[in-house]
Structure formats: structure tokens, C-alpha cells
Design a binder for this molecule. Sequence first.
Ligand code: KG4
Ligand code: ZN
Length: 357
Amino acid sequence: MLCLGIESSCDETAVALVSEQGLLAERLASQAGMHALFGGVVPEIAAREHLSVLPVLCRSALEAAGVAPSDVDGVAVARGPGLLGSLLVGLSFAKGFCLGTGAALLGVNHLQAHLLAPGLERQLAFPALGLLVSGGHTHLYRMDSATEFTLLGRTLDDAAGEAFDKVAKRLNFPYPGGRFVDELAREAEPDHGLFPRAYIDNDNLDFSFSGLKTAVVSYLDAHAGLRAARMTGPEGLAAQGVDRAALAKVCASFNWAVADTLRIKAERALDRQKDLRALILAGGVAANSGVRAAMAALARQRGLELFLPTPGLCTDNAAMVAHAGLLALNQGFRHGLDLEAVPRGRPVPCDWQRERG
Ligand code: KG4
Ligand code: ZN
């Protein structure tokens, strides 16, 4: 099966072609630079940009793979959660493609696509505990197969990535600045007492990161010398009067507080779901050094198979959407041309139909 994947749920426009042989071609255009001017994603600009870029990327990916539109058997499109206007551009394009070529349509849950992404590199093992940590979501799932997900816990307020981005914004790093905080964090040992690990003294599997975010931002405000007016990245901080060692300590302590909070809840989930064989980490924050180390240690300690996507597969991309779509299409799942987009904050329904072959 040749599957075209389309991703346009936020500020990355991406298309990819996958088959049972793996990834054949991929094209990605990031709008990050455009939104950096505003310190966050501007929904209307994002949708307009998807509209102009998506068809061009699609043609380029088809050419790179040496296939024609009529060769495509299925179109997998991220149908939510995401920015509604952005999703509508991807969905409309996917529907038009299917109408024109007769390819099967499948709407993919963007969050589930993130969690299946490591499967592009190595066959996943189930049942697994899936931890998705991105800019918009912090979700813990039980995964029984590539199409069976049970939500165990989620953030009640900010996502982990949001906390990273807000801290980075206070430091005047360009948006999204999570990776800069991580880069500095690697230069110091964490102080475990500096910031709270919020919302762990309970018996649930939900998260809360807004308190930690506020604690770090308040600390930065209260300590002169930790930031300059405009920081382009970790390079050249000393020349701008920033106490690099002190800032690295703050970043390392913040990184640790996030990673250890995630570790505690993942461990709690594993205590309750004794049959889980694997641990899958996904989403943009899965690129974080502290989070990766914490999950690697947990998997080792519990004898679980660990799946950590390479950094390029952590952030939004279309290969993960095409891959998730291919797996579902091969199981006979299909959507009609009335497929709806699901904006952020609403659960993505399992409204696909199954064709019996
Ligand atoms: O999954 P993703 O590309 O987009 C969403 O679907 O949200 O995740 C982007 C998020 C941003 O918040 C970004 O700052 C964060 O992932 N991120 C990191 C790192 N690399 C990316 N956060 C912490 N440490 C990193 N190394
Ligand atoms: Zn994402």
C-alpha cells in the first residue's frame, strides 16, 4: 500500500509517502520563523501559509518518490487536535486528492500518530505505555495496538512543552525555545530543591505544569543577571552580561522537575498496568535530554522495551501521519468524505468505518 500523509495541525506543513518498505519521500516547511516575530503561533497566518505551501510540497514529494497521484492507495491526514483553520486546509486538500484519484481517506489522530512514530524506525511492542509530551499536550496512554488507545492521564493545565516555551520566552529566546533551555541544562547539575514537582501528591495519572512554569518565571524575574534583552540562543550569553553558569543551573533544575514529574506518573501507571511490555516516548519534548534519560532509566529498571524516536521524528512531521494511516488502512479502517476536523481541547472520536476484506 502506498500512503500519502498530510500534516497541517499547527505551524508545520508536511507531506510524506510511506509504504510497507518504509519512508519513500518527505517534505516539510516550518513556519516557526514567521511566528517567532509574534512569540507564538498566529492561527490565521498558519492557515494561509498551509494553503499556499501544501500543494507544492505534495507535488515535490510525489516527484521525489517517482510516483503519480494515481499510484497513491490511501491518504492519511491529521484531523486533530490542532488549530481549526490549519486542519481544514489539510483536510480539504486530502479530500480533493481522494475525490480526484479514488484513493481511500483516513483521518489520523495527531497525538496517536506521534506515539506510533518510533514504529517507523523499529517494530513497536504492545501492550505499551505511551507518553506524549509536546507543545500542546501531555498525555499518558495504554496502547494495545496501533489502533487501540486508552487515555490514562493528561495535563489539567499547561502542557510540558508550553512550560518550556514560556520559560524560554521569559529568557527572551526565540519561539519555540524549549530546545535552548535543554541545551543550557546539559551544562549543569540540577538542584532538586529549587523548583516544585507539582501535582504528584495524589493518586491519579494527570499532570499540572502551570505552577512549575510560574515558579521558574518568578525565579528568573527575581534574579538579575539571568537574562538579556534579546537572546538568540545559548551562544554569546556572557558577552550580553548573562551569568551562564547560574542560568544553566536554573535550566537543569527545571528540566529535572519536568522529567521527574513525568517519571513519577509513568511509574504509577506501570504499577497499575502490570502487563505492559514497552514504554514509548513521543512529541517535541521527547527530544529533551532530561526526559529521555528519565524514561530510559525507568524502562531499564522495569525491564521494558524502550522506544525513543530520533529527534527529527519527535516534532511534527508527516511521516508519522502517513505511518499511522498506513497501519489503520491496512486493518481496513476508512473515513468518508464527510470527515470532520477536531480543534484542540475536544476529544478526537473513533468514527472510522471498518471495511472487511
Ligand atoms: O510535538 P511538537 O512539534 O508540536 C506539538 O504538537 O505541540 O512539540 C513542540 C514542542 C515545543 O514546545 C518545543 O519547545 C518543545 O517541543 N521542544 C523541547 C525540546 N525540543 C522541542 N522542549 C524541551 N527540550 C527540548 N530539547
Ligand atoms: Zn505534535
